[in-house]
Design a protein around this ligand. Structure first.
Ligand code: BG6
Ligand code: MG
Length: 230
């Protein structure tokens, strides 16, 4: 069983973990779903969280039984349209949209010499980190454009651990999305799910919100948990 003392690195999702930008992705996808005549539901919104751009569009089309309606070129156009709307929503983004406690948590990790890597599916993540003024805390990041498979595949978290020259078992991954928790678990890292524990039921450790995410609470949760088979 992995002990807290063996942990050397932290692997971060971005949207919905560090900043409130997951809500902006949802808003822009909802807008596109309306345009495509696909009924938006909370379940669809949850399925899209953490999933890359084209995979998300394909999930929306599948959900609306329209998977064979559009050509690849049309799909690329719709994905670009969603991204333009998302970028408009990011216009005023600044440090005030860092989720509660996350800046202090990241600073604390840095002060305790943990290594930190970014495992975000978003091609906009460098821009978002820059706007939040948090880029300096990240030792490494995975470029999602280089992945063969997006979340829920483990590749992004495996690569994030590798980027720090660590084994996944020496790392903790933080996620707000079910697809992301599956990805962390598949890599062998410890998964922390932040948000509704019924949606994130596969996480090794659950917190209801980002304010609860501290090194002390993670240590306590790992020591209390007898079911960490990693
Ligand atoms: C993830 C978000 O971080 O990035 C998803 O949770 C989003 O909602 C995905 O679709 C891809 O983002 P982007 O910015 O590359 O379109
Ligand atoms: Mg997320």
């Amino acid at each position: 069983m992995v002990k807290f003392a063996q942990i050397k690195g932290f692997l971060f999702d971005l949207d919905g973990v560090i900043a409130n930008t997951s809500a902006y992705h949802s808003k822009a996808w909802h807008q596109l779903a309306d345009e495509l005549g696909v009924t938006w539901t909370e379940d669809l919104g949850n399925q899209l969280k953490g999933v890359g751009r084209m995979d998300s569009l394909n999930l929306i089309l599948k959900y609306g039984h329209k998977e064979n309606v559009y050509t690849e070129d049309e799909k690329v156009k719709y994905a670009e349209e969603k991204n333009e709307n998302y970028l408009k929503l990011l216009n005023g983004l600044d440090k005030s949209e860092i989720l509660p406690g996350m800046e202090d948590f990241i600073k604390d990790l840095s002060a305790h010499h943990y290594l930190i890597s970014l495992a975000s599916s978003s091609k906009n993540s460098p821009l978002v980190l820059e706007k939040l003024d948090l880029r300096k805390y990240f030792d490494e990041k995975v470029d999602p454009a280089t992945l063969k498979h997006g979340k829920p595949d483990p590749e992004i978290y495996t690569r994030a651990a590798e980027s720090l020259k660590l084994k996944p078992e020496e790392c903790i991954g933080l996620e707000d999305a079910s697809a992301g928790v599956t990805s962390i678990n598949g890599s062998g890292a410890i998964s922390v799910g932040i948000g509704d524990p019924t949606v994130l039921k596969d996480a090794d450790i659950n917190f209801n919100n980002t304010s609860e995410v501290t090194l002390a609470n993670i240590e306590k949760a790992m020591d209390n948990k007898k079911v960490l088979n990693k």
